[in-house]
Design a protein around this ligand. Structure first.
Ligand SMILES: Nc1ncnc2c1ncn2[C@@H]1O[C@H](COP(=O)(O)OP(=O)(O)OP(=O)(O)O)[C@@H](O)[C@H]1O
Ligand SMILES: [Mg+2]
Length: 360
């Protein structure tokens, strides 16, 4: 899967930008604030219809303008598709090959992109919400249809919490518990299924990265164990009194975590600084390897300035992986200084200045 063209008009600080990407490595170089991350954000938006930074539609269009757009031409297994997203304060609209797409779901899966950003470096140390986001995003890339389960759960949870806040009736809560239970079962099944495939790949990746001196385990750590709809209904029903007191739903997939162990000890509690970095790198590389194994092709990889956060050894390992046959995908890397990057002739460098670009 490759982007052969990317353009942005009045998207963030990109006034009118157009790139003809290299099929392999694309280095996006420029000073702080030049617009490098904005380019990645535009590509990410085309893949998931969402941005990875907080931003309403009015924040996404260039200051002082009313509308903007991002567009990409994607080549994948002998087909070429053009995806365009137009943004205005009223909403986002998706066009595929010039046709307006009615349901967003059918636009998903046209472009698979994995993002690795500096925030990811706190994945193993930080709060469970970061790990849930990582997991749900990884599941979405593997099975775009899973997004529906996430959305349904989020909306059922919101409704139930609103009812708890307003002391709604038991009869209504009963209806919402049913809805939530249905969504909880589906979401936790996606998560379980993903971790089952992910675990051996992560273990192997970590061995490659650390030279095999650490045994890595990843486990799904659900807030409650339940395998059937009725069990979920039961959990929500039993928690009702407590949930009413706290005015929010205290158990369910929104409190799940993934547990990472190094030599059987919690990485979160015991891993060293260097082990954390190795593990984060392994999580990302394993996510990509899983997609390649399961889908048969590598996703487009977006690397946002990670070189400055990883140490020299991890940078070298990342570069080796990216150059290897095992990956073979297209990469977009932002950096303020490309001297550390070693991709020889397979790369194109785009210099970004004030949202504008020159190729060299
Ligand atoms: N809607 C918008 N309109 C115009 N400019 C915007 C908008 N949203 C953000 N910007 C500006 O875009 C600029 C570039 O942002 P970006 O995050 O892409 O920079 P960067 O090149 O990645 O910098 P760094 O190296 O510091 O990460 C910022 O100065 C920001 O203020
Ligand atoms: Mg940036």
């Amino acid at each position: 899967m490759k982007l052969t063209e990317f353009s942005a008009v009045d998207f963030r600080n990109l006034r009118r930008l157009r790139l003809a990407p290299n099929p392999q490595f694309n280095i996006i170089e420029g000073r702080n604030g030049a617009g490098k991350t904005n380019v990645l954000e535009g590509i990410f938006l085309l893949s998931s219809l969402k941005t990875f930074r907080p931003g309403k539609n009015k924040d996404l269009v260039r200051f002082g303008t009313q509308s903007g757009e991002v567009r990409a031409v994607v080549e994948h297994q002998d087909t070429t598709r053009t995806i365009r997203i137009s943004i205005s304060p009223k909403g986002r609209r998706v066009w595929i090959d010039g046709k307006l797409v009615r349901s967003a779901a059918s636009a998903l899966g046209q472009l698979t992109a994995v993002l690795f950003a500096p925030e990811d470096l706190s994945l193993t140390k930080g709060s469970p919400s970061g790990r849930r986001r990582f997991l749900d995003r990884a599941i979405f890339n593997r099975w775009p249809g899973s997004l529906d389960a996430v959305k349904r759960y989020e909306s059922a949870l919101k409704q139930r919490n609103a009812l708890l806040r307003t002391d709604g009736s038991d009869a209504l809560l009963e209806v919402f518990d049913e809805q939530l239970a249905r969504a909880a079962l589906r979401l936790s099944q996606w998560r379980q299924k993903y971790i089952g495939i992910f675990h051996p790949i992560l273990e192997e990746t970590m061995q490659l990265i650390t030279g095999g001196d650490l045994r890595t385990t990843v486990m799904y750590e659900p807030s409650r164990l339940a395998d059937t709809h009725d069990q979920w209904v039961d959990i929500y029903r039993k928690n009702r009194r407590q949930d009413r007191a706290r005015k929010s739903t205290t158990a369910g997939p929104h409190i799940d975590d993934i547990c990472l162990l190094l030599n059987d000890r919690s990485a979160k509690l015991y891993a060293s600084q260097g082990q954390h970095r190795a593990l984060v790198l392994a999580l990302k590389i394993a996510e990509i390897r899983l997609l390649k194994q399961e889908l048969g092709y590598a996703p487009v990889l977006l690397l946002d300035d990670v070189s400055s956060e990883l140490d020299a050894r991890r940078n070298a390992q990342l570069t080796t992986f990216l150059n290897s046959e095992a990956f073979g995908g297209q990469v977009f890397i932002t950096t303020t200084d490309r001297s550390w990057l070693d991709f020889d002739s397979k790369s194109t460098c785009f210099r970004i200045r004030d949202g504008d670009t020159s190729e060299h």
